[in-house]
Design a protein around this ligand. Sequence first.
Ligand code: PMV
Length: 308
Amino acid sequence: MIMQSSAPAKIILCGEHAVVYDSPAIAIPVSELKTIAKLEEADDHFKIILENTQETLTESDRHPFIYLVKEMYNSSRLPKIQISVVSTIPISSGLGSGASVASAIALLLGQVLCFDYAQINEFVFHAEKHFHGQPSGIDNTVIVYQKPVYFRRNQPMTFIEAHTTLHFLIADTGTPAPTKQAVALVRSLYEADRVGVPQILARITDLVERARIQISDGNLSELGKILTENHGQLQQLSLSTPLLDQLVNVSLEHGALGAKLSGGGMGGNMIALVQPQEIEPVRKAMLDAGAKNVYHTKLEGRINDYAH
Ligand code: PMV
């Protein structure tokens, strides 16, 4: 018996950090980068083989993925199975690599143990807590459901549909994104300035609401402006870096409709909304400015569906 599952990477379009304070955020799956998990019977004992790092985890390991599996089986005794995991998602770049691996494992076992998506999402959220402390839950939600999501903590999630296809370039700075540290930094700014920081968060909320409308209406130039404005708010929260700012600037100079850092910041990645004809010039400009890797992803629009 061999079973298989796959889980994508993700990017946050807007609303990161504010989402930790119960504001909404929008995230989309990135199916061009993914994790594949395979399940086979094992002769000896339970194991997870992480092929990228050549690590093997067993029942006695104190590891979030082992906790996840034990929680799903509701037992600390695990069956004789082997789960092999391979991922094309760069680690620590704000693309949700950890959540994607946990999701691929949970989606695989979800088939065996007959869990639905909501239950699988909850299991992955718990695993995320072992990695990140207090995550908002946006990463696991967009990755488990593999759909664009308008997310607000403790609220029913809403999937969103784009009117026209949106193209994004994702530039990885190559500097690890210290998400936990970035969340802690915003928390300390928030504690120190209970007037100014909530104002910034409120402006981000407003941008997210506007972005949701522009995505649905297909108004790409307005959406681009909103994304770039969101970068400005994240800069005010000290989350950008000279390289992230430089990548945003060169993207805009080479025709991107909007650009911003994405995810935790202080490293990690940035995204640019581009028209198809700008993909190559913007990609080149990003690489020339120091991006380690550039990925293209798209959010299919619903008008394409009408064409069938
Ligand atoms: O995992 P990252 O780096 O994409 O960051 C997650 C987004 C934050 O809003 C900064 C944190 C969270 O838990 O939502």
